[in-house]
Design a protein around this ligand. Structure first.
Ligand SMILES: O=C(O)CCC(=O)C(=O)O
Length: 345
């Protein structure tokens, strides 16, 4: 909890500090007797207007244009290209698909996913391969995403993923002690960028109570043609429909959990609630310019279409929970003692 310290408050000291995101934040140093902050105070401090605070409660998402500067966006795009160049594919590299979880590649794909929890790993697009399993586009246009520990392992993504602006936004949205579990660069390659079906991120990052919040940064303009996000405004007030489970001996505790290729570890989606996914009447497209942050509630249904256009649609995401909630030991992404989960500051 913070203090209600408006500038000039006699009970707390305040100072203005520039941050990496080009905003000036008022930083308050709490003294014992300060009045607790309300949600509205926190939202105001993070630069959110009362209307944005209301929109967050009502819709479950916010669109914040210009949250990242063109220079910050250019730095991570360049770094993503370097990571893809350096990536040496092997037969175990894995394809990322949200559609087919039942074909013969499941074991390899799951092993690659599990191993990536603490690493920086490139996953291929399904449509990057021909019928004989050969790459049919250059490697730089074949990658679906990079994940899942860029924010901890890579210095350029670490800088992009942390700082006072993100921390105070997260606290304003109710994450008192943010914890960043996952980062991904999502490419949506020209012509072959795969669709991401309707889902809720709380299925993958279950906490009790639900706290997972997604920070989705447009690194390129996202349009109706190249596969922008779609959301169901207000859908975060509905139930969690599915839970993605990592099951097997020793799941969820300590080092070595969910190791690559572990024969006793398997992943599956469990149905929880039969509420249908949104349809074209209730879905809302979110075309946004590069540098925009879309932040959304973990129960908000969202998806993105395949990219059949000649323009890629790079995005970067962070999945953040609150430390006061209990993080499910059945979530696929666990951290070992060697790489503990960190905050956003
Ligand atoms: O970027 C996209 O196309 C989908 C992202 C998404 O579903 C997520 O971050 O949860």
């Amino acid at each position: 909890m913070g203090c209600r310290g408006a500038i000039g408050c006699h009970e707390c000291e305040s100072s203005r500090q520039p941050n990496n995101d080009g905003l000036t934040l008022t930083v308050f140093h709490k003294k014992a007797a300060c009045t607790p902050m309300t949600d509205a105070d926190l939202q105001h401090l993070a630069g959110l207007t009362p209307a944005q605070g209301d929109a967050w409660q009502r819709d479950g998402f916010l669109v914040l244009p210009g949250f990242k500067s063109a220079a910050d966006v250019a730095a991570v795009c360049a770094r993503a290209r370097v990571l893809v160049d350096a990536f040496e594919p092997t037969t175990d590299s894995g394809v990322f698909s949200t559609r087919d979880r039942s074909n013969q590649c499941t074991r390899i794909r799951d092993a690659a996913l599990l191993a990536s929890a603490e690493q920086v790993h490139c996953f291929f697009e399904e449509e990057a391969f021909d019928a004989q399993g050969r790459l049919c586009v250059p490697k730089a246009q074949a990658i679906n995403k990079i994940g899942h520990a860029l924010h901890d392992r890579d210095p350029v993504f670490d800088r992009f993923s942390h700082g006072p602006a993100l921390h105070s936004l997260a606290t304003a949205l109710g994450l008192a002690q943010p914890q960043v579990w996952q980062s991904q660069v999502i490419f949506k390659q020209p012509h072959i960028g795969g669709e991401v079906g309707w889902h809720q991120d709380a299925s993958f990052f279950k906490t009790e109570p639900h706290t997972v919040t997604t920070f989705w940064f447009a690194l390129e303009d996202a349009t109706l043609d190249n596969g922008c996000l779609w959301v169901q405004a207000g859908g975060h007030r509905g139930p969690l429909r599915e839970q993605y489970l990592c099951e097997g001996e020793g799941e969820g505790v300590g080092d070595g959990v969910c190791e690559s290729g572990h024969p006793d570890r398997h992943l599956r989606m469990q149905a929880l609630d039969a509420t249908p996914w949104p349809d074209t009447r209730t879905a809302q497209a979110l075309p946004v310019a590069a540098g925009t942050l879309v932040v959304f509630h973990g129960l908000l249904p969202h998806c993105s279409a395949a990219n059949r256009s000649p323009q890629s649609r790079l995005a970067y995401t962070l999945h953040v929970t609150d430390a006061s909630a209990s993080y499910s030991p059945l979530n696929w992404l666990q951290r070992s003692a060697g790489l503990p989960v960190r905050g956003l500051a």
